[in-house]
Write a new protein. Structure first.
Length: 316
């Protein structure tokens, strides 16, 4: 059981205006605002699998994604912790699977509120926050054996009239420090990858995983996706990265205490090689812009807490 120090009060009933609704189904939690905007979060992985604004879906999910808890979801917003990518064999995370265990563990739904801190959580009728918890005790035996630290995670998903906020709080409950990486692996749904520009990463150094993890500097202020793309942009100075579609703003990703961003699109050959990536030409309709702390390792001392996240804005 994850402990929450300052449990928020429940949403107070209001006769003045419709309230956000939160509905619990067998394997997921669904929140809806009076405007009709909605978000769906699977308990498996605490993965956001749908976020709609003005009736339009903002997130791409593979048609072959497993939503039954048998494997991590291909699409939406998977939570990466405590390692990004295949972990180095000589590191404490070395026995874990790629991207760690958060995205393939069953989380606990800890409740809803409309007044918790956060830039989108204004209280009242405009937003609702759902909290999900994962502790060392909830891990599979395999994960416990592979990573023997005591911790708890609280993942807060806030649906507001201005966007979606996802914040991860990492608490070291043990008696020794541990190192971790974390990332919010957001898959955006777009109409046409050939018309996409990504802005806000100019003059930033990045590691290009397609080119043997070589280091480069983004000289052009605009990124266009014209082939397989897998880049880790490091220590970014400005907080907002924008996805522009056909010359018009489509999404903003605003980082909060996360200094890195991954830009990913598998393109043709990689999409064909990924078993649960469907349809195979789906790369034309998605792009990942992933806020995280993945350049090296974050160290968390006993008793300390790290908190980081993102605000996503959809321009329709």
């Amino acid at each position: 059981m994850v402990e929450r120090a300052h449990k928020p009060s429940a949403i107070s009933p209001s006769t003045a205006a419709p309230q956000p609704s939160v509905q619990s189904e067998r394997d997921r939690i669904i929140a809806t605002l009076p405007t009709g905007d909605s978000v769906e979060v699977l308990l498996y992985g605490a993965t956001v699998v749908s976020w709609k604004s003005n009736g339009k879906e903002n997130l791409w999910v593979s048609s072959a994604a497993k939503l039954d808890g048998s494997k991590p979801v291909r699409g939406g917003i998977p939570v990466v912790f405590p390692c990004f990518g295949p972990p180095p064999k000589d590191h404490a995370t070395g026995k874990l699977p790629q991207h760690g265990f958060a995205r393939n563990s069953k989380w606990e739904y800890m409740g809803k509120n409309s007044s918790e801190s956060g830039k989108l959580a204004s209280g009242g009728d405009d937003s609702v926050t759902m909290d999900f918890g994962l502790s060392a005790q909830q891990l599979s035996d395999e994960s416990k054996q592979a990573w023997q630290y005591d911790f708890d995670l609280i993942y807060s998903v806030t649906l507001g009239k201005d966007g979606l906020q996802t914040m991860l709080r990492i608490h070291n409950k043990g008696k020794e420090s541990f190192e971790f990486q974390t990332l919010l692996h957001t898959y955006f749904k777009i109409d046409d990858i050939s018309k996409v520009q990504i802005n806000g990463l100019g003059s930033t150094n990045y590691v290009d995983k397609v080119l043997d993890a070589s280091e480069h500097t983004q000289s052009d202020p605009t990124i266009r996706i014209t082939g397989e793309t897998d880049r880790v942009y490091k220590d970014i100075k400005q907080d907002t990265t924008s996805v522009v579609l056909d010359g018009k703003p489509r999404f903003d990703v605003i980082r909060d205490n996360l200094e890195d961003t991954v830009v990913w699109n598998p393109w043709i050959e990689k999409a064909n090689s990924i078993g649960d990536f469907e349809p195979k030409d789906g790369y034309k309709n998605m792009v990942c812009v992933e806020a995280g702390a993945v350049n090296g390792w974050q160290k968390l001392e006993p008793g300390d807490t790290f908190e980081g996240g993102q605000i996503l804005k959809s321009h329709l």
